[in-house]
Design a protein around this ligand. Sequence first.
Ligand code: SF4
Length: 301
Amino acid sequence: MNHPRLVVSIDPAAGFCTGVRRAIRAAETLLANRGQAFSVGEIVHNEAETGRLRALGLTTLKTGELQQLPQDAHVLFRAHGEPPSTYNTLETSNLSLTDATCPVVLRLQHKVGLASAETAEKSGTVVIFGKPGHPEVVGLQGHARGKVLVLSHADQIEEADLTLPLHVFAQTTSHAGSFKQFCEAINARFPDATSRGEVSIHQTICAQVSKREPALEKFAREHDVVIFVTGSRSSNGKYLSERCTAFNPRTHVVSGPGELDPRWFAGAASAGVSGATSTPVWLMEEVASAIEKMTSEASCT
Ligand code: SF4
């Protein structure tokens, strides 16, 4: 196979967002000091990274399993945040906590709490645009009072049981275009309600997520071949890898270097390695090294 002078580069915009990076640093510090800790849910949706942290002593458990922990156990809350009920469980079980909830998510929980206090008094509704059952969404629902609906598509607006006043929030990792369509559908159902102050739309998508797609488009178009590295359970990885394929059809999605195929690079002068907000940089570096090795070996044969 011929791979003339293949230049391999890593997408500088790829890798963990600051919230996930902060949670992982908290876990590493905790494990260095204690040797063992328990995370409520996966700290990041990437099997390679969770495997690395597991080897350092981090055990992932479900909220329902907290009460079974011994009293000297130390618990970590990941960047997605938790509903107040999980804090209560920890308190009643006398467990110690490192709270690595992302500050952006904490602010959103606070806003949802304030808005829901107002809507509950006036029989209004809080709407969270997001994925039902996603841990961040579950946390936000927990911080709300009164009527809270979780909706994920503009098509749901017409039939939804929406009462005014209405406060609308987005899960921080939502797609900006889909949220825009969703808000347009709300404005179409309640014309002029925004100007009367009865509909409040809060732009709560994280800037690190909304900037990611334009940066990926530029990177994908600049390279002949793109290798997109992501774990199989990452919804951000699924979405971004699909967009990457749309920007560059020579995109291949892998979870690690073992899935690379030298035939993908035939005739290419450049290969770019990118990934989701849950993909560790060390894994993208391993993939880039493996590409360099396999293509230099192939061009020598
Ligand atoms: S995507 Fe944004 S809000 Fe969500 S954890 Fe990362 S930095 Fe925080």
